[in-house]
Design a binder for this molecule. Structure first.
Ligand SMILES: [Zn+2]
Length: 441
């Protein structure tokens, strides 16, 4: 392990020209994300052109576009080969995002996972992401991703790495989420992203521009330790997750609760909650990083429907890789000893519900002992114990569904014993008949 020196500073001081390939993602039949009139291949190109134009104002940098026609369907290998043919130092692939349920928002960058590729990719991406968040976009982080074969998951990063070129993928924002879509309303929006990319790159390389009257030669990049083996993605949900209801006022329709959550590998990025036992969740809300591990939530104006049906609180927290942990359900009415007039049958009719209520009750009584105990608990117990405890909590849902499977097994055993009993009765009858037959003879 060695700490990287800022080679780029040295490079620009020696007046060595750095070669950049800007790669507008997708093209031709491969359109990329396509949402409500926004087609990724064409807005990637607009952003790439703006980045190209802006970067061309700096000295000591030679800039190329991998292609300029959005109808040109260029393979990832061809893009990397093109970068090699112009002796590129860096390839920056520009993209916009979309998610299946349109829930995600924010920018993110994917970088190589090993060696100096990782170090340079991290520093470059960190500078670009900083400029994009400056526009008002939330950061989902600078990340690596390894495929099942143990190599880089993203083709462009893999193909470039194979040719000795550091490349990164910049996902500027989500086209299909209202938190981000206001930034991609028109060409000016796409160009702002391109300018942000250029500025991030200029800072990373320590470039100067006479035209712009700027000099980033003393800019310091974040210091990154060079990894000798691949840095893997975080595929585990947040390790710590607990919920405590702190206040409930049925008449005022107000609920207050606190969430304690931590991810050992990345950060908590979003949270959401449900008041109806997990049927409906809020949109993804940003975890305030300044809040640290504990977030206090106040919910007002709870709908009459939910107040009438009773409040069943379920919380989800998401890490930077969008992997989530879900809390146990807390029956708030039960916790506050409130009779739920509208559904008196509920507890009596279903034994399954009864056992769920029991488990959430356990959690509530743990939590009601207070935050102090939770804190002591973390200090006293070893990490593995805490992890196991938390893991148990996170998996309650799964074990609840296992219980159902167990129930099915019970019914199989029950059916089996009925068949055996019928068999025995038949055997006895046959034996009696047989005996009778014998005696009559
Ligand atoms: Zn894309």
């Amino acid at each position: 392990m060695k700490v990287n020196v800022n080679e780029n500073l040295i490079q620009s001081r020696l007046n060595k020209e750095t070669v950049i390939v800007i790669d507008p993602g997708h093209g031709g039949e491969n359109k990329g994300a396509d949402y409500s009139g926004l087609v990724e291949k064409s807005i990637n190109m607009k952003t790439a052109n703006a980045m190209y134009e802006e970067l061309s104002k700096y000295e000591n940098v030679k800039v190329y576009l991998s292609h300029t026609d959005i109808e040109f369907d260029m393979s990832l290998k061809e893009r990397a080969e093109y970068a090699k043919s112009v002796n590129a130092d860096y390839l920056i692939s520009l993209h916009y995002n979309a998610s299946e349920d349109h829930s995600l928002y924010g920018c993110e960058a994917w970088i190589p996972s090993i060696g100096s590729y990782y170090v340079k990719g991290y520093q470059l991406a960190d500078n670009i992401i900083n400029e994009i968040t400056g526009l008002g976009i939330n950061s989902k982080g600078v990340k690596t991703r390894i495929g099942d074969d143990g190599d880089e998951y993203y083709g462009i990063i893999r193909e470039c790495e194979n040719r000795g070129i550091t490349s990164i993928i910049v996902e500027h924002c989500y086209l299909d989420n209202r938190n981000d879509s206001r930034y991609v309303k028109n060409d000016a929006g796409f160009e702002n992203f391109g300018k942000a990319d250029a500025l991030g790159l200029a800072k990373f390389l320590g470039l100067k521009s006479n035209v712009l009257g700027v000099d980033y030669s003393t800019h310091q990049n974040v210091s990154v330790i060079e990894p000798q083996t691949r840095i893997y993605q975080d595929s585990t949900p947040p390790e710590i997750m607990s919920v405590e209801v702190t206040k409930f006022d049925k008449d005022k329709a107000v609920l207050e609760f606190s969430i304690q959550a931590k991810d050992n590998d990345t950060y908590i990025n979003y949270y959401s909650y449900s008041l109806d036992g997990g049927k409906n969740f809020t949109e993804l809300l940003l975890w305030d990083t300044y809040a640290g591990e504990t977030l206090n939530i106040g919910v007002g104006n709870i709908s009459e429907d939910i107040i009438n049906n009773g409040i069943e609180l379920v919380v989800r927290v998401y890490n930077m890789y969008d992997v989530r942990a879900e809390s146990e359900m807390i029956d708030v009415y039960k916790l506050y000893g409130i009779e739920n007039e509208s559904q008196p049958m509920k507890e009596e009719t279903s034994t399954e519900n009864f056992s769920n209520d029991e488990s959430s009750n356990d959690e509530v009584s743990n939590n009601s002992d207070g935050e102090n105990e939770t804190k002591e608990f973390i200090e006293e117990e070893s990490f593995e114990e805490i992890y196991e405890e938390t893991f148990k909590e996170i998996n309650t849902e799964t074990s609840a569904s296992k219980d159902v499977e167990g129930g099915n097994k019970d019914s199989v055993i029950y059916k089996g014993s009925v068949i055996i009993i019928i068999g025995i009765i038949l055997a006895v009858i046959l034996a009696v008949i047989f005996k009778k037959g014998k005696t009559t003879k």
